[in-house]
Design a protein around this ligand. Structure first.
Ligand code: PMV
Length: 367
C-alpha cells in the first residue's frame, strides 16, 4: 500500500495556545450527511484512507449541534463535557467524543481549558439505519474550529475550510466530506490537483448541471443497528485477499468519473456508481470473517431498480452505504415520476414503509 500526502501537511494544522481566553459562549453548526459514489473502505491510523473517494453532499439529512463552552478556573487534565441528543442526556456517545477530543487536541490545544455542553439533534429519525457520524462529527468539528477562529480572528477562509474537513476526518473518515458540497473528494490521487489524505476538497473539475440537482431517496430497508460496524469493516481490509485490487479499482473509477461529471453522461455514471456499491459489499462478503449487510429487501429493491430502468429508460440507479438501506439516485428533472414509482412499488420493501427524500446540498452552515 502507498500512502502519500500532498498539499497541506499535518503540521500546518497544529494549533497555538492563545494569550487570552474566550468568555463563555456558544457556536452552532448544522452539517449534512453525504453519500459516497466512489467508496472509502480500508484505512490506517490516524484515519488515513486506503483509497480516494468522492461523494455527493446531502441536504436534508443533517445534524444540528450547539457547543456551549465556559472557561475553567483550573485545568484538571480531564475533558469536561456533557452531551445531549434531542434534549436527552446521551452517555452512549461519550467514548467516541472523548477519543475525538484527544485526537483533535494537538490541533486545538486550548480545548482542555473549557468545559462544554454539547447539544445535538438529527433531522433524520434516530433509529433509521442512517449513520449520523459523518454529519455529527462535521458539525462538532466546525463548532470547535469556530472557537479557534474566535481566538485567532486572522484565520483565513481557505485554512478554515481545510481544517474543518481535517478535524472532521479525525472524528469519522467520511465526515471529512460533509463540510462542503455538492461534490467532495477525499484522498490523495495523482490525477486530482489539491487532493489530500488529510482533508476533503471540493471536486476540482467541471461538473455538469445535471449533477447539481441530483436527488437521493433513502429507502429505509432496515432501521436497526448494523451487525458489523464500519470500524470493524475497515479493519478487515487489512490482509484482505482483494484489498490491493479494490484500492486500485476505486482510484481508477475516480479517473473514469472525470469526463462523466463534465459531460453529464448518466449511462456511465450509473455503471460506475452501482459497481462501486456492489464492490464495497463484495469486500464485506469476502472478508475474514465474512459478513453481509444487505437484506432480502435490499436485493428486491435493486432488482426492481434494474427492471424499471430497463422498462422505462429512466436514469435511476442505486448506491449503498455500509448497511441495508438503498440510496436511490436520479436527476431532478424526473423527480415526479420517480417519486410516484417509489410510493407505488418500492415503499412496501422499506421498514414501516419509510423512506427519506433528500437531494444534493452545499455543505455545513452556522445557525
Ligand atoms: O466514515 P466511516 O468510518 O463511517 O466509513 C464510511 C464508509 C462508507 O460509508 C461505507 C463509504 C464512504 O466512503 O462513505
Amino acid at each position: 500500500m502507498h500512502y502519500i500526502c500532498r498539499g497541506m501537511k499535518e503540521n500546518d494544522f497544529t494549533g497555538k495556545l492563545p494569550n487570552h481566553e474566550l468568555p463563555g459562549g456558544s457556536f452552532n453548526w448544522k452539517a449534512p450527511s453525504n453519500i459516497a459514489l466512489v467508496k472509502y473502505w480500508g484505512k490506517r491510523p490516524p484515519q488515513i484512507p486506503a483509497n480516494p473517494s468522492v461523494s455527493f453532499t446531502l441536504d436534508h439529512c443533517a445534524t444540528r449541534t450547539s457547543l456551549h463552552f465556559v472557561p475553567m478556573e483550573s485545568t484538571s487534565g480531564e475533558f469536561h463535557f456533557t452531551i445531549s441528543l434531542d434534549g436527552k442526556s446521551s452517555d452512549s456517545f461519550r467514548p467516541k467524543i472523548q477519543t475525538f477530543l484527544e485526537r483533535i487536541e494537538p490541533y486545538l490545544p486550548f480545548i482542555r481549558q473549557y468545559s462544554y455542553r454539547i447539544e445535538t439533534s438529527n433531522s433524520f429519525p434516530h433509529s433509521s439505519g442512517i449513520a449520523s457520524s459523518a454529519s455529527g462529527m462535521a458539525a462538532l468539528s466546525l463548532c470547535f474550529l469556530s472557537m479557534e477562529r474566535a481566538l485567532f480572528p486572522a484565520m483565513d477562509e481557505d485554512y478554515f475550510r481545510k481544517k474543518a474537513s481535517f478535524l472532521s476526518r479525525l472524528g469519522s473518515g467520511s465526515a471529512s466530506r460533509s463540510t462542503e458540497g455538492p461534490l467532495m473528494q477525499w484522498g490523495y490521487h495523482t490525477a486530482i490537483p489539491g487532493s489530500s489524505d488529510l482533508y476533503a476538497v471540493n471536486y476540482p473539475f467541471p461538473v455538469h448541471d445535471i449533477f447539481k440537482n441530483f436527488q437521493d431517496t433513502i429507502l429505509l430497508v432496515d432501521k436497526g443497528k448494523k451487525q458489523v460496524s464500519s470500524t470493524v469493516g475497515h479493519e478487515l481490509m487489512h490482509h484482505h485477499p482483494f484489498a490491493e485490487n479494490r484500492f486500485r479499482q476505486a482510484a481508477e473509477n475516480l479517473v473514469k468519473l472525470e469526463p462523466v461529471f463534465r459531460e453529464g453522461n448518466l449511462e456511465q455514471f450509473i455503471n460506475i456508481v452501482e459497481s462501486e456499491a456492489l464492490s464495497l459489499h463484495a469486500m464485506m462478503m469476502t472478508s475474514s470473517p465474512y459478513f453481509m449487510l444487505m437484506k432480502p429487501n435490499t436485493l428486491e429493491i435493486l432488482n426492481r431498480i434494474w427492471a424499471y430502468r430497463q422498462d422505462t429508460g429512466s436514469p435511476v440507479c442505486f448506491t449503498l452505504d455500509a448497511g441495508a438501506n438503498v440510496h436511490l439516485l436520479y436527476p431532478g428533472n424526473i423527480e415526479e415520476e420517480v417519486k410516484k414509482w417509489i410510493e407505488s412499488e418500492l415503499a412496501r420493501f422499506c421498514e414501516g414503509g419509510q423512506y427519506i427524500h433528500d437531494r444534493v446540498g452545499l455543505g455545513a452552515q452556522p445557525f
